[in-house]
Design a protein around this ligand. Sequence first.
Ligand SMILES: [Zn+2]
Ligand SMILES: [Zn+2]
Length: 111
Amino acid sequence: MDDCLFCRIVAGKIPATIVYEDDDVMAINDVFPRAPFHVLVVPRKHVEKLSGLEDEVLGGQLLQAVRRVARLGGVAENFRLVVNNGDHAGQTVPHLHLHVLGGREFAWPPG
Ligand SMILES: [Zn+2]
Ligand SMILES: [Zn+2]
C-alpha cells in the first residue's frame, strides 16, 4: 500500500516519533495531539478497518501494545482508547489505528 500514510511510516519512508514497536505493531505520537498524551497504535500490516480485522492474534497484540504504551507514557491507570471505524465515525486514515489518549479528563459520551 504505497499510498497509505501509515504503511509509509511503518516502512520508514515518512518520519514519525516511535514510542513502542515490535514485530507486528508500531506506536507513534499523533502529529495533531488531542490530549497531553496521544499515541496511535498501528498494525505493521495493512488492515483498513477494525471491522475487517479477522486476525485474532493481531487483535490481541494491538490491545497488549495499548497497555504497554499507556504504561510507558505514565497513563496506565487513566486513559481513553478510541477506534474510529469508517468515515462516519471519524476515521480519516484508512489503515486501522488505535488512539490512546491520556493526561486530561474526558467527557462521556464522546462527541
Ligand atoms: Zn496501510
Ligand atoms: Zn485517526
